[in-house]
Ligand binder design. Structure first.
Ligand SMILES: [Zn+2]
Length: 625
C-alpha cells in the first residue's frame, strides 16, 4: 500500500535529478593556484599498527540489528511490488538497455483510464489497468535515469544529452497525467473499493482539492523552468574563454596554467559566465516565484519546503538553524583554519595518490567488517558492477548515487581525483547506496538520505582495519573538517538563496545577487579581499542553485545528525554502528525529526544539540575550548 504513495512522490523525485550527492564545493578555489599554494609541512612518521574493529558492549547484539535492517528489503518486496508477480531481471549497468520511452502510448493509456475512472464500477479491473500505467511510468523514470547516468559519465555524448533533455521536457507532462489519474479515481464510483483493495483508507482525501500539475498555469510555468534548465546545461557543459587571441576550453586552460596566469584564466571565465549564467538564474528565480504564487504560496521557500521536499520543518526553522550555525560554528571554523593540524592535514593521506582498486578495496574491507546489511549492499554493488569510479575529464562535476527503478538497483558515480580523498567520496556515496538498496529507493527526505552518507564517511574509516593509524587519523580529521566546512558553506548558501528569493523582482539584478554572495562569505568567515571577484561571482558554479533550489539546507541539517552518529561511536565503540542500523530500519514517510528521535538521536533543531555539536567539533579537531 505504501508503494503507491512512494510512486507519487517519485514524480517529484524525478524533478530532483540528484537523489543523493555530495554537497557542492568550490572546485575553482583561487587560493589553489598551483604556485600560490601554502608550503607543505612534513608529515610525522606513521605507525603501521592497525586498528581494532570494535563490537558493541552495551548488551545488544549488533548482528540482530543488522538482521532487522536486512529484513527491510525483504518486507518491501521490491520497488515494483505494485505489479503482482513482477520479477526483476537484474543486470550490470552496462547491460541495461536505453530505449526512448514511448510517451505517446503511455499518455493514451493514462487518458483512457482517466476517462473510464468516472464510470467503470469494477474496481479490480481498474486496478489492473493502473498497474499497467505504473509500469510505463517506472520505465519512463528508469530511462531518464539511464540517460542521466550515461551523460554524466561522458558529457560530450550528444546522444544521451539529447535523450536526457527529452525526458526532462516530458517530465511535467508525466506528472500531470499521474495527478489527473489520482483525481479521477478519487472522484469516481470505486473510490472506497480501491482504498480497501490497495491504496489504504483515506488515501484519496488529499486529491479532493489537490491541484499542482493539473493547474494549467502551473504546468506552463514548470515547462518554462525546464527550458531554462536546458539552456543552463548548454552553457555549463563545455565552457570556453578567449585566451591568447583564440577561443579555448576553460577546463583545459585551468589545468595547464599556474600562478598569475591561473588567476587571469579564472577572471576571464567569471567575466564571461557570471553575467550569462546570472541572467539565466534571475529568470529562473522569477519563474519559480510565479510557480509558488500560482499555488497560493506567499513565498517560494514555503512552496518548495511543502511541495518539492515535503520537509517536516518550516522555512522559519530552517532559517533559525542557519542562524545557529553562524553563531555557534563560525568561530570554530575560523579557529580550525588557523590551526596547525588543518594546515598539515591536506598534505597527508587525502592528497596522496590512490588507485581506483585501492579505494574500492578499502570501502569493501570496511563494509565486510561492518557486516550484515552493509556487507550485503556492497556484495550487490560488486555483483552488478553498480559503481563507476573512473577518472575522466568528460565526467560531470560532482559525484552522486541514483536509483534505477526497473532494475531495483542503486548506482554510484564518483568523479575520482586519483587521491586518498576519493575514499571519503566513495564511502559517502556508498552510504546512500546502502540506504537505497535496503529501502528499494523508497521516498525519503534529503536530510535522512544525507545522514546515511555523511555518517558512513566516518564509519567506513573506523571499520577499515587495513588503514594505518596515521591514515585513519588523517581521514577522520579530514571528514570532520569537511563536515564543518559543509555546515558553514551550505548554511551560507542557504542564506544566499533565502536573501535572493526575498528580493522583489525589480531588485533582482546581477549586482545585487553578487553582493549578497559576497556578504554571506563575510558573515560565514571565508571571505578574502584579495579574491573579491571570486567571492562575489562564483555562485554561478553551484549547480544546486540552478537545478535544485532550496536543497542545500538539507546538507546542514544532516551534518548535525551524521555528526551525532560519529560522536556516539567515539563515546562508545559499536554504538554508532547500531544507531546506523536503527536509522536503516526507520519507518517510511517520516521526516528527519521523527527519524532521528526513533533511532535514538537528538532532534537536530534542538538548540542544545547544536551546542553539543560545537563542543564535539572543538574536541575532534583538537582545538582550544
Ligand atoms: Zn550525499
Amino acid at each position: 500500500m505504501k508503494k503507491y504513495r512512494s510512486l507519487i512522490c517519485l514524480l517529484l523525485a524525478l524533478c530532483l535529478l540528484l537523489t543523493g550527492c555530495r554537497w557542492p564545493r568550490n572546485t575553482k578555489d583561487p587560493t589553489k593556484a598551483p604556485d600560490t599554494a601554502a608550503p607543505t609541512e612534513t608529515e610525522p612518521e606513521e605507525t603501521t599498527e592497525n586498528i581494532t574493529v570494535h563490537v558493541s558492549d552495551d548488551g545488544r547484539d549488533p548482528s540482530i540489528s543488522q538482521g532487522d535492517a536486512a529484513m527491510i528489503r525483504w518486507q518491501n518486496k521490491g520497488a515494483r511490488d505494485y505489479l503482482p508477480e513482477a520479477k526483476v531481471d537484474l543486470k550490470t549497468v552496462s547491460e541495461m538497455e536505453y530505449v526512448r520511452p514511448d510517451v505517446a502510448t503511455m499518455y493514451a493509456d493514462f487518458d483512457s483510464l482517466i476517462e473510464d475512472a468516472a464510470t467503470v464500477t469494477d474496481a479490480q479491473a481498474l486496478l489492473d489497468r493502473c498497474f499497467k500505467v505504473f509500469d510505463q511510468y517506472t520505465n519512463f523514470a528508469t530511462m531518464k535515469t539511464l540517460a542521466n547516468i550515461r551523460y554524466s559519465i561522458n558529457n560530450s555524448d550528444a546522444f544521451y544529452r539529447a535523450e536526457y533533455d527529452f525526458c526532462e521536457a516530458e517530465s511535467p507532462n508525466v506528472s500531470e497525467k499521474m495527478e489527473r489519474l489520482n483525481k479521477a479515481l478519487a472522484a469516481g464510483p470505486t473510490r472506497e473499493r480501491l482504498e480497501a483493495l490497495y491504496f489504504g483508507e483515506g488515501y484519496f482525501l488529499k486529491y479532493d482539492d489537490y491541484e499542482v500539475y493539473t493547474n494549467p498555469e502551473y504546468l506552463a510555468l514548470a515547462k518554462q523552468e525546464k527550458e531554462l534548465l536546458t539552456q543552463y546545461r548548454d552553457l555549463v557543459d563545455n565552457p570556453t574563454i578567449e585566451y591568447d587571441g583564440e577561443e579555448q576550453s576553460f577546463e583545459e586552460l585551468l589545468g595547464n596554467t599556474s600562478g598569475m596566469d591561473y588567476l587571469k584564466v579564472l577572471k576571464l571565465y567569471y567575466n564571461k559566465y557570471n553575467p550569462l549564467l546570472g541572467e539565466l538564474f534571475i529568470e529562473l528565480v522569477k519563474v519559480r516565484k510565479q510557480l509558488a504564487a500560482v499555488l497560493g504560496y506567499e513565498t517560494y521557500a514555503a512552496y518548495s519546503y511543502d511541495i518539492v521536499y515535503e520537509r517536516d520543518y518550516t522555512p522559519e526553522q530552517g532559517a533559525a538553524f542557519v542562524q545557529a550555525v553562524e553563531t555557534e560554528l563560525v568561530p570554530i571554523y575560523e579557529q580550525m583554519q588557523d590551526s596547525r593540524d588543518y594546515r598539515k592535514y591536506s598534505s597527508g593521506f587525502v592528497s596522496q595518490p590512490a588507485s581506483e582498486e585501492q579505494v574500492r578495496e578499502m570501502v569493501r574491507t570496511a563494509a565486510m567488517n561492518i557486516g550484515g546489511a552493509v556487507a550485503d549492499a556492497y556484495r550487490f554493488l560488486e555483483l552488478y558492477d553498480l559503481a563507476d569510479l573512473t577518472q575522466a575529464d568528460e565526467k560531470t562535476n560532482g559525484s552522486f548515487m541514483t536509483y534505477i527503478y526497473d532494475y531495483e538497483s542503486p548506482f554510484i558515480m564518483v568523479n575520482s581525483t586519483g587521491t586518498g580523498s576519493d575514499y571519503s567520496t566513495f564511502a559517502h556515496e556508498f552510504g546512500h547506496f546502502t540506504d537505497a538498496f535496503f529501502t528499494y529507493g523508497a521516498d525519503e527526505d534529503l536530510e535522512t538520505a544525507e545522514t546515511f552518507s555523511q555518517s558512513m564517511e566516518f564509519l567506513a574509516v573506523i571499520y577499515c582495519d587495513t588503514l594505518s593509524s596515521g591514515e585513519r587519523d588523517n581521514l577522520l580529521y579530514g571528514s570532520t573538517a569537511d563536515l564543518l566546512t559543509a555546515f558553514i558553506s551550505q548554511a551560507a548558501f542557504a542564506k544566499f538563496e533565502q536573501l535572493v528569493y526575498e528580493l522583489p523582482d525589480e531588485e533582482l539584478t546581477l549586482e545585487n545577487v553578487n553582493g549578497i554572495y559576497r556578504q554571506v562569505a563575510k558573515d560565514f568567515g571565508y571571505y578574502e579581499r584579495t579574491f573579491d571577484f571570486y567571492y562575489s561571482q562564483s555562485w554561478v558554479d553551484v549547480l544546486h542553485f540552478f537545478e535544485v533550489p532550496y536543497y542545500v539546507i538539507s546538507y546542514c541539517v544532516s551534518a548535525e545528525t551524521a555528526l551525532q552518529v560519529y560522536r556516539i561511536e567515539t563515546e562508545k565503540p559499536g554504538k554508532g554502528l547500531i544507531t546506523y542500523f536503527n536509522l536503516l530500519a526507520r519507518k517510511e514517510d517520516e521526516g528527519i525529526q521523527r527519524v532521528a528521535e526513533s533511532a535514538g538521536l537528538e532532534n537536530p533543531f534542538n538548540p542544545a544539540s547544536m551546542e553539543r555539536t560545537a563542543a564535539f567539533l572543538t574536541w575532534a579537531l583538537g582545538l582550544e575550548e
